[in-house]
Design a protein around this ligand. Sequence first.
Ligand SMILES: Cc1cc2nc3c(=O)[nH]c(=O)nc-3n(C[C@H](O)[C@H](O)[C@H](O)COP(=O)(O)OP(=O)(O)OC[C@H]3O[C@@H](n4cnc5c(N)ncnc54)[C@H](O)[C@@H]3O)c2cc1C
Length: 315
Amino acid sequence: MLRRQHGPPARTSVSYYPWKVRFMLIRDILSAGKTAVSFEFFPPKTPAGWDRLFRSISELTPLKPAYVSVTYGAGGSTRDRTHDLVTRLHRETDLEVVAHLTCVGHSRDEMHAILDRYAEGGVHNILALRGDDPTDGKLPPGDFPFAADLVDFIRSNHPQMGVGVAGFPEGHPSSSNRLDEIAKLKDKVDAGADYIVTQLFFDNRDYYDYVDRCRLAGIEAPLIAGIMPISSRKNMARMAELAPRTRFPASLIRTVKRADSDKRVEMAGTHWATEQVRDLLDNGVPGIHLYTLNNSASTLRIGESLGLDGFDALL
Ligand SMILES: Cc1cc2nc3c(=O)[nH]c(=O)nc-3n(C[C@H](O)[C@H](O)[C@H](O)COP(=O)(O)OP(=O)(O)OC[C@H]3O[C@@H](n4cnc5c(N)ncnc54)[C@H](O)[C@@H]3O)c2cc1C
């Protein structure tokens, strides 16, 4: 499925698959009415990172995810690397790819250039995000204050594209009004978003309640549940920093405290995530997005523990 090539993608003549003209929009995958399981990757900085990532991808592709997505550094800090990884996955594998795209600090001209390049390369699935100002400096104001503005821009300029947006079951860190936040989420859906991918959470009740609140607000788009297995104590601390509203249930903290080595924290964290996925499957959720952090181990173990050869069996 995947031809190995070490280091960052070459920009010169690589003989790719014949032009990939067929693609599926995520909304069409979701409309099959089963649970679509997807994986998230980030574009590495170093050649060793690219090697590790492509090893993980080779190990994960047999699990047949419904799609994979690639993150984008807010303000364009990974602009080329994200584009390279997205197009390489699109051309060299059978995987359906979603490109994350943040709008903070970008002008309309920049956005035209980024989206035109994806459209020309046959990439038609975008996760439209606002992004955050980088901690090391302010970005120029840009033409898109919020993700809803980017959704609107994509719908107007690339109506053939599929668009997803982010949702926060436990509240967005900068939000001071939880009712208004759901109204703002509705703005993104009304602007043309097809589906919502949630921030990570550790208690499925938070997700089910969020879905309920969305439905009460008239949001009918499918909500894909975001799950990130804990792989170490350090990784758990990092999650708390990156997703500051995340609630770590007492039972999870007890579980991690009991583990007497990092290896065992990883096993316990993967078990916790597996139980979340099992419960989400039992409840027939439309999608589960696994934040892999470019590692295959936890995701492979989740598939195995659920008795699945591949996640396509769910489709
Ligand atoms: C699944 C997922 C993937 C992500 N991928 C990336 C990535 O690849 N790169 C990256 O940099 N970040 C990523 N993020 C993080 C995200 O960019 C940040 O959390 C960002 O702060 C919010 O983005 P958003 O798209 O939700 O913004 P928005 O939907 O614009 O919302 C941000 C906040 O502004 C409020 N708001 C929205 N509209 C208005 C308005 N009109 N007036 C006043 N307030 C308003 C909202 O209620 C919310 O509190 C991801 C998050 C998730 C959940």
